[in-house]
Design a binder for this molecule. Structure first.
Ligand code: ZN
Ligand code: ZN
Length: 87
């Protein structure tokens, strides 16, 4: 598990890769949050694969259960996005 500066670095990485847009609604925001797809309480890791950049609205919805975990997971699973090439 990452702590302190390393986690901050990962968060800014995720934000940068998302181009400061919410990965769900694509709204541009500098004040979004990095949300764990699988929560740390459920054994999720602090990794790029397990975290998505969400605007405040989507982040709230994700925690309220209005956005399913599946919707978040497809953002990070290449086999479900169709196009094969990545980096
Ligand atoms: Zn959003
Ligand atoms: Zn969250």
């Amino acid at each position: 598990m990452l702590t302190g500066a390393t986690l901050e670095q990962l968060r800014s990485d995720i934000k940068y890769k998302a181009l400061y847009r919410c990965e769900l609604c694509h709204r541009w925001t500098l004040h979004g949050h990095c949300h764990h797809i699988k929560s740390r309480g459920a054994g999720g890791d602090d990794t790029y694969e397990n975290m998505v950049y969400l605007c405040v609205g989507c982040h709230t919805d994700a925690h309220n259960g209005k956005i399913s975990k599946h919707e978040l997971m497809v953002l990070r699973s290449p086999e479900q996005s169709g196009t094969g090439t990545k980096d």
